[in-house]
Design a protein around this ligand. Sequence first.
Ligand code: SF4
Ligand code: SF4
Length: 434
Amino acid sequence: MGEVERKIPFIIHKNIEFVPFISHASFDKTPREWVNIKFPNEDKYPDLAVAKFEAVRCWACGQCELSYMANWAMNCPSATFPANYRKAAYRGQGKHMTVLGLLQGFIEPSPEIVHVAYFCNLCGNCTLQCSMGIGSDPVISAMALRRMLVKLGMGPLPAHKRFAEYIKKYHNPYGEPHENRFAFMKKKIEKKKADIVYFAGCTGPYRTPEVCEATVNLLELANADFTVLYGDEWCCGSPLYMVGLWEEAKETLEHDISVIESLGASKVITSCAGCFRQLHEGYKKLGISKPSFEVLHSSQLFAEYLNSGKLKPKSTPTDKVVTYHDPCHLGRHVGVFDEPREILANIPGLKFIEFERTAHNAWCCGAGAGVMSGFPELARFAATERLKEAKGIGANYVSSACPFCELNLKRTEDAMKFGIEIGDILLLLEKSLR
Ligand code: SF4
Ligand code: SF4
């Protein structure tokens, strides 16, 4: 099939206020055939090839900014943020239209496109909402745009370059001393061959060490055969991957996989949803061989221990009304929704209530995909919305299963004072075993 045969209207305002709307390349062909149309700039932007089939199927319905199961509430942080409210460029649709506009030559890479590509949590709400109808995935388009921008030298953002330098130098994005990663451990655990490796991550040890401490205590209470990596643990590379720095992400993930494999572990568990997703899925995207071990989030292992009777909660850890915030990288990205709830359900006397936007339809906390460092105003806005929602349902304890979500929610609570406690589900579980 040849070049696009007709003129395609493309309207883009210089401040991206309007929908970058494209009539599809050909109305007399089916969506499957559209993908065979050769766009003029395909050779110029090879990184967009992966998004073409997704983008051509978007029919610009706008559903990707909503949640179909939560009374059609707004559910895209990027397009709900006041300055961008309902601007199509910022919802999932906008990522597709930007890809098509570039491929067709109606727009050129620009600072506005950098903003659209990175002012997004890659939370996957758009992917989920669209999968109910068309099934075109905006996260693929957003990732392709980020990768293209990195290759063109226009991305990532300066804040991302800074954490990339820290990861290279200190093996964590916070620039903290590498040797302090396991400072949270009260007593030394031997680094040895073991069935389970606990991959502590970066945010847990350096920002919410109580989560890591509770994890180690629970592993000991369950008599698990486990170990940790100490100085051999490097950042999993998730932040690098998300902002388009794939070579750097590959290097650090390959390192981690090889040290875990060298210990002969059959399983690795993580505290952080981002580490979980990266170890679980990242190797496929980065061209690394499948690891020899199983990757579990800590909630999956401890739900199994509760079901088998290895852990027996006996007391109520809090009188507060607890809700559960689904981390996007754990829930929508990989599909772990039930196990964290099983943990909470096993705690005697716990008063629990679900968010209105919950599970597949959860509102993102706003921290992920380079947003907390790149656009702290979006991270604060999304976390504020989540805390307001918690207040609205009558919860005064927001639990989660990801130190990074908890960090953003906690910082926002400290600034906004909603009177809500934030904590990991494992803190509640550990307290209930005392
Ligand atoms: S990505 Fe899907 S939900 Fe969003 S506008 Fe396109 S077709 Fe509609
Ligand atoms: S990934 Fe999330 S923040 Fe980004 S466009 Fe989709 S719904 Fe919006």
